[in-house]
Write a protein that binds this ligand. Structure first.
Ligand SMILES: [Mg+2]
Length: 136
């Protein structure tokens, strides 16, 4: 099975948050945690996300993939997927690695998710983003 991350892969959540808040681009994964936000992201930000750079090509390459996200499946997220013509299955789990069986592929922008996935016998591709380049 192939799993595609939503935020930071299929959807440009960071870009939408930057447009909404004026925050600078994060330089490492999880940097925004230092701001101690309430991380319930407003629907208007979710609905303002652009499709990620390269995401359409990724979906074309893996048309049977499933979206694997740690974010709650809000109605705004489901609407965003529908509005953008993304009709993949979707699973929401807090710890993504529990879904891994050996040989499964995960494409994700979070270095730790990729590391844990591979520790379970899966293949992981760290999706290139400004906030994960320092760990390559
Ligand atoms: Mg992500």
């Amino acid at each position: 099975m192939t799993y595609l991350d939503m935020d930071g892969v299929l959807a440009d959540l960071v870009g939408a948050v930057i447009r909404h808040t004026g925050l600078p681009m994060p330089t490492y994964y999880g940097e925004w945690a230092k701001y101690d936000f309430d991380w319930v992201i407003p629907d208007e930000i979710i609905l303002n996300m652009e499709v990620g750079v390269g995401a359409r090509e990724l979906i074309a390459q893996y048309p049977d993939a499933c979206i694997l996200t740690a974010a709650p499946l809000s109605s705004a997220r489901l609407r965003w997927l529908s509005d953008n013509g993304i009709h993949l299955g979707i699973l929401s789990v807090v710890d993504k690695y529990v879904m891994c069986t050996p040989g499964d592929l995960l494409i994700d922008d979070c270095p730790e998710n990729c590391r844990l996935w591979e520790s379970r016998g899966g293949w992981a591709i760290l999706w290139d983003q400004p906030w994960n380049r320092s760990v390559k």
